[in-house]
Ligand binder design. Sequence first.
Ligand code: DHB
Ligand code: MG
Length: 222
Amino acid sequence: MVEHRSQPGWAKVEDYLSATLVQGGAGMDAVLRSIDNAAMPHIEVAPTAGKLLMLLVRIQGAKRVLEIGTLAGFSTLWLVRGLPDDGHITTCEFLPEHAAVAQANIAAAGFADIVDIRIGAALDTLPALVGGEPYDFVFIDADKGNNVEYLKWALKLGRPGTVVVLDNAIWEGAVLAPGEDPDATAIRAALEFMGSSADLDATAIQTVGTKGWDGFAIADVR
Ligand code: DHB
Ligand code: MG
């Protein structure tokens, strides 16, 4: 990702919003510590964004969530918190060592029975989900190069009314001039796919904060 040019004010306001509105609790602090302990990259969603995912799942009334890109399970646990007791999450993680950290975090938070981690490249593990009940909510936050493929999988595994959220839709503005950056090129392709697909009603929102200048794209499956 290009260097952050985030203004300190944004990060300070983000910290204020997290402290005032989010109150993630001990479980979430433990997840953040586990990322440090495992020397994993701190590319998890901001707490304010995690809580937005929780609220979107709840507002949607989703029971079945598909996440592509588990990392340490921080966003997974926010998604879980939006679900009813009989909800379920399938989450795809490429790296076994990251999946192990996530599994421990999810178990420690008491949600091992409703989160199913699929280890390996998502494009290899997603086909096994065909034929199951459709997913109500899909969160995509993995290798950016496959974003368009993941959106196609969201359509395949969703239903009319499924909500799709894509992280990192702005990428410090690089989406406007991707140049040689393959991630920015892929993010732009994903936005163009979302804008032109007859099966999606989409928009995107830019965000600034502790993670710099980025944003979410969100879509409703028709
Ligand atoms: C990166 C990936 C992310 O999903 C994110 O939210 C921020 C940064 C990265 O690969 O640099
Ligand atoms: Mg992300």
